[in-house]
Design a protein around this ligand. Structure first.
Ligand code: SF4
Length: 332
């Protein structure tokens, strides 16, 4: 394997590129290199087979390529001083992606001190075992969509992609067997057209299955098939973030929330609004920070630094906490 892509912020942290940053990433993000793109065809993704976007892009972030040996040396040398907490390798389907993935993990893990996550495409359980032996600490397998029907449209059969809902769930189960509870994560994209109830109930199912949940706000990228779909409103994303927090900390269950029968919109949290507000205040708005693997802040992955900020890459200041509360509970 000759080249690998590095997110612009990670490349800056590693001293490979000069980039102005408001917030430094706390995880080094790597993306497998292919000029042809991924053989899958997820309709929101610049790497997709049919997307017209430069393959340097993933979401709204640019990922320049560098020789692998240069990146590997930079990561192993700077691990302590650069202050990052883990490395995340994003896989892409091409002919040798499994061998290349195992090589990256094996060679980084050889240093014995780097936590490695792999954002994995569903692969055979045997490959997951090889990945664990090579040194991966945890894996993520992205459902992205909250319902089977949406999954088909954005990354499965109706998108001309190779994936199935059942296949992703089987891969998540296999990964749980191999890596263990709470070392397997998935991502959900809010704003693909799901109802609030859909995404909230899916988060409950994932939590009950000991799968950790990272949230993304849908981001239209010009040249992808979803380029004309609008970003979700911030209030919608804040609701989903808050619901995730209540669910994953066992403070409430999705079944105790109430929803509008027709629109699926959340009406109440199943606990008093004043208690929910206190939870937000006591946590200093922790639920509005980036979610995913421990130690990952993905600065401005889905938003412009000019805002609005969907996933905060750093602890919120008191004004930001109060703004979020005012948005969710107008009139308080
Ligand atoms: S599998 Fe991942 S990289 Fe490939 S098209 Fe889908 S989202 Fe993009």
């Amino acid at each position: 394997m000759e080249f690998i892509r590095v997110s612009a912020g990670s490349a800056a942290l590693l001293g490979l590129k000069r980039v102005k940053m408001l917030h430094a990433p706390t995880t080094i993000h790597l993306l497998q290199y292919t000029t042809a793109g991924c053989k899958a065809n997820c309709s929101f993704c610049p790497q997709a087979r049919e997307s017209l976007v430069d393959k340097k892009m993933l979401s709204r972030v640019s990922w320049p390529e560098f020789p692998w040996h240069v990146v590997k040396d930079a990561i192993t040398e700077k691990f302590k001083e650069a202050g990052f907490q883990r490395v995340c390798l994003q896989t892409v389907i091409y002919s040798s992606f499994i061998e290349d993935m195992l090589q990256v993990v094996d060679e980084l893990a050889a240093s014995g001190r780097i936590l490695i996550s792999v954002a994995l495409i569903p692969v055979a359980k045997k490959v997951m075992e090889q990945l664990k032996t090579a040194g991966a600490e945890r894996v993520g397998i992205a459902l992205d969509a909250s319902t089977p029907a949406l999954f088909s449209v954005v990354k499965g059969e109706k998108a001309g992609g190779p994936y199935t809902w059942d296949g992703h769930w089987k891969a998540l189960q296999d990964a749980l067997d191999v890596f263990g509870k709470n070392r397997v994560s998935t991502h959900l994209i809010a704003g693909l057209g799901e109802q609030e109830r859909d995404i909230i109930e899916r988060m409950q199912q994932l939590h009950d299955s000991s799968i950790t949940i990272g949230l993304f706000a849908f981001t239209p990228v010009r040249g992808t098939r979803l380029e004309t779909v609008k970003k979700p409103g911030v209030i919608y994303f804040r609701k989903v973030q808050l619901a995730r927090h209540l669910i994953v900390h066992d403070l409430a269950r999705a079944s105790s929330f109430t929803y509008d029968e027709h629109t699926g919109q959340l009406i109440s949290w199943g606990i008093a609004d004043s208690d929910v507000i206190k939870i937000i205040q006591d946590s200093h708005g922790k639920m509005f920070e980036t979610t995913g693997c421990p130690g990952c802040n993905r600065p401005y992955y889905t938003e412009s630094p000019r805002g609005p900020v969907y996933n905060h890459p750093a602890p919120l200041d008191p004004r930001q906490v109060e703004d979020a509360i005012a948005l969710l509970f107008p009139g308080t």
